[in-house]
Write a protein that binds this ligand. Sequence first.
Ligand code: E4P
Length: 225
Amino acid sequence: MQFFLDTANFNEIKDAAETGLLDGITTNPSLVAKEKRSFQDLLREIAGLVKGPISAEVVSTDFAGMVKEAQPLAAIAPNIVIKVPLTPDGLRACQALSREGKKVNVTLCFSASQALLAAKAGATYISPFLGRLDDVSENGMELIRQILQIYRNYGFKTKVLAASIRHPIHIVDAALAGADVATMPYSVFQMLFKHPLTDRGLEKFLADWKKSSGLTKVDRNSASQ
Ligand code: E4P
């Protein structure tokens, strides 16, 4: 499973990139607005750091506007993925941009029928929103499973990108279902590393080591000779 960070914050991206475990980035207009900076400058900076896919979302809602907006975004770096909303115009733009060889992430997917349309439109990624479905008492994970099954049935190449992730269980369940990618806030990425027994175990190992005689240190030195 690939891990994308769902953020436009450069410091969060830098920290996550340093782990060596970050595969890509997704942004959306709300996340970009929080940064109060030029979108293009921000994308340029992110692309200098992340070589994997970086989703940049258009804000036009009509076909021609989306296709036009996509051009300067895609020109920023070869790994920019154009993100379009799951609307009739968005799917038309998806087809046109895919034909030009651009990668497209179709976002705001809340049903299996929408995901089927996106795959038929040639989307590189489909982004079902888990958390937002859970918020309205629908089963976000069930949607992921349905999409994966449908894509398998017909051999669609569109990758399932689990989005609107709220906690590590979303990631584990999406991985068990076979989702290709999970995009998550930085806070969730950090949670993935954590377990209280790891902290407690490490503390105990280090305390025992400290209590031990100088012999352990001698052994260590001799091992490196
Ligand atoms: C997907 O690409 C979106 O940016 C994102 O996952 C939305 O998540 P939210 O429901 O936390 O806003």
